[in-house]
Design a protein around this ligand. Structure first.
Ligand code: HEC
Length: 195
């Protein structure tokens, strides 16, 4: 008598674990594909920044973070149709860099994990989310750590060169992206792919 319900429970269990393993396989395929498209950008931006500071000096390197980095993201955006941006909890340009709720939560979590000793260059997160209108998205974020070169423009206020401080002050009167320490999380690269 008991056998039948037990059997169907076992079958249901097997079925759900099959669905689960399919979902995990789909997630990891999306993750791999997303990483492959966007991660090569990170060393490219850092390299371009180092070269620009060396060749032109800090003030003339501003356009690398202001125009070149967003343009590189824009190229991948055009190729893939995904929404790709840079966000931060302490923005220099609030218009382009303000995170949405999901992103703000992940950035706060990155900060907690970095403060607890995690390597900031290894912090990433992904999730499939369903929004109010039943649209599904694969969301991905990768932390952008504060490296030596970033401190030139995002480091301690008192260490910023005077001409740079003046230029940044003019362009970004509401600049909050200073006083970072090496090894902190400056922000993140964020990707939102429609499914
Ligand atoms: C030469 C100065 C300079 C250097 C060096 C620099 N940045 Fe920036 N950064 C800027 C400027 C200017 C902006 C604002 C860009 C804009 O208007 O969109 C910015 C914006 C950003 C943003 C977008 C979010 C925001 O705050 O508006 C991120 C993320 C960022 N920088 C990360 C970095 C990282 C990581 C490094 C080191 C690899 C770095 N930056 C080095 C000048 C610099």
């Amino acid at each position: 008598m008991l056998l039948k319900p037990m059997c169907s429970a076992v079958i249901a269990l097997m079925g759900s674990s099959f669905l689960l393993s399919q979902a995990v396989a789909q997630d990891s395929a999306l993750l791999e594909d997303t990483r492959k498209q966007v991660l090569p950008l990170l060393p490219k931006v850092v390299g371009t920044m180092q070269q620009a500071i060396k060749d032109a000096g800090v003030v003339d390197a501003i356009p690398v973070c202001k125009e070149k980095a967003p343009a590189m993201l824009q190229d991948v955006r055009k190729q893939t149709g995904w929404d790709i941006r840079r966000v931060s909890l302490k923005t220099r340009n609030a218009k382009t860099g303000t995170p949405d709720t999901w992103e703000a939560r992940q950035l706060a979590d990155f900060n907690i994990r970095a403060a607890a000793g995690a390597r900031p260059d290894q912090l990433e997160v992904y999730e499939i989310v369903t929004e109010a209108d039943n649209k599904r998205f694969f969301r991905y974020m990768k932390a952008l750590p504060v490296g030596e070169v970033c401190l030139v423009c995002h480091g301690a206020q008192e260490n910023l060169p005077a001409d740079l401080k003046q230029a940044l002050g003019k362009m970004y009167p509401d600049d909050r992206a200073i006083d970072y320490q090496p090894g902190e999380v400056r922000g993140a690269l964020t990707v939102k792919r429609p499914l």
